[in-house]
Design a protein around this ligand. Structure first.
Ligand SMILES: *Cc1c(COP(=O)(O)O)cnc(C)c1O
Length: 403
């Protein structure tokens, strides 16, 4: 790997620092092209993308079916409002509902918006079916649900709350996989329990089947809704098209986004018919939600995921990779735990992984973190097996001498 020469990426970094909000910190790598599991920087260097644009590029970069759908739609109709019927929006809703336990779909533009729509549905459902006083939402510690005020309040991590208080009223947090704490928190005031079947940003922690089943039972007992935030773990990444399939539990609402439209910004809330019935005309809306461009990309993305059976591939590759990483763990004391489902993998280290991420990047591999000491891998579901497994000997080499 050569060191960066004074170049386009250096000058763009300076300009970025002067004109862009500093909320993403300092960035010095400028990616300009992508194909399959690879991206190229402005110096022409190639990287294997094991983070998939933070769980977005499940189909890799510029997947031919998504690119073709976008091109075709861009030449036909980019945007009309939801005052009118939109063909690809209906088609996408049909695809998603026919493969999920939910019968209705609402489209928006991001994960946070999908979570907001879920919170609003849960509160309105509780109000209409049970009267006032049942508005509490129970979520999990270390969860991540987005950055808007409702989704932020649902996010059980104080580091994301700091300085933005007061948060929304009526949220309670319990530890993941602590059924007893959940039983204590869910009461007559509860409108919904909101969980990520596999927590992403919070460190890649899967929910246990017993915990999810207990959540379902408690919600049924109170007439509350069970909401799955599958924004990161859904649509094949966890090894199932919907992460809920693993538990044999049907949620009432499912929030989706990230990989939904193959790289085009899009979110969705899938709803069972009963909660859907309270969202009457005028109750909620989104100007761009499900617009022709995003919906056409979504149809192409979901069709490809289903037709190529990518969830099963994610399951198989993920299990094989975790097995190899566990073998690595037996030789490196700095690896504490290997966790995950499908191609959503967290490697808990004994040290902060920032330098390791830099070393990986220097060797042509982009990976991420989930908290300071968890190496997070979210490879595209189409990644070539050999390219993926090559990360194991590379980690072996980079971790040598660490303990
Ligand atoms: C990323 C993420 C969100 C927020 O999605 P945005 O599109 O960034 O608003 C919500 N929930 C989960 C589980 C996520 O991983």
């Amino acid at each position: 790997m050569t060191t960066a020469s004074p170049s386009a990426s250096v000058s763009i970094a300076g300009t970025a620092q002067s004109v862009l909000l500093g909320n993403y910190g300092t960035r010095d790598l400028c990616l300009v092209r992508g194909e399959g599991a690879y991206v190229w920087d402005s110096e022409g260097r190639r990287y294997l993308d094991l983070l998939s644009g933070l769980g977005v590029n499940n189909l890799g970069h510029c997947h031919p079916s998504v690119t073709a759908a976008i091109k075709k739609q861009a030449e036909t109709l980019l945007h009309v409002s939801n005052l009118y019927l939109i063909e690809p929006q209906v088609e996408l809703a049909l695809l998603l509902t026919s493969h999920s336990p939910c019968g209705k779909a609402f489209f928006c533009n991001s994960g946070a918006e999908a979570v907001e729509a879920a919170i609003k549905t849960a509160r309105r459902f509780a109000r209409e079916k049970r009267g006032p006083g049942h508005h509490k939402i129970v979520t999990l510690n270390n969860s991540f649900h987005g950055r808007t005020m409702g989704a932020l309040t649902a996010t059980g991590q104080t580091k994301y709350h700091q300085g933005f208080e007061p948060l929304l009223d009526g949220f309670d947090y319990v530890a993941i996989n602590d059924a007893e704490a959940l039983r204590a928190a869910v009461d007559d005031a509860t409108a919904a329990v909101l969980i990520e079947p596999v927590q992403g940003e919070g460190g890649v922690h899967p929910c246990s089947a017993e915990f999810v089943r207990e959540a379902r039972r408690l919600c049924d007992e109170r007439g509350a809704l069970l909401i799955f935030d599958e924004v990161q773990c859904g649509l094949g990444r966890s090894g199932h098209l919907f992460a809920s399939e693993e538990f044999g539990v049907e949620p009432d609402l499912i929030a989706l986004a990230k990989s939904l439209a193959g790289g085009v910004p899009m979110g969705a809330l899938l709803l069972k018919d009963e909660p859907a019935s309270v969202m009457t005309p005028g109750s909620h809306a989104s100007t761009f939600g499900g617009n022709p461009l995003a919906a056409a990309a979504g149809v192409a993305a979901i069709r490809t995921i289903v037709e190529e059976n990518l969830p099963a591939r994610a399951k198989r590759l993920g299990e094989a990779l975790r097995e190899r990483l566990s073998e690595l763990q037996s030789r490196h004391a700095c690896i504490e735990e290997v966790r995950g489902r499908g191609l959503m993998i967290g490697v808990q280290m004994t040290f902060a992984v920032a330098d390791l991420l830099k070393d990986l990047r220097g060797r042509g591999v982009l990976a991420g973190s989930a908290g300071p000491s968890v190496l997070r891998l979210l490879p595209p579901l189409i990644v070539k097996e050999n390219a993926l497994f090559d990360v194991v000997p590379l980690l072996d080499e980079l971790l040598a001498g660490r303990a």
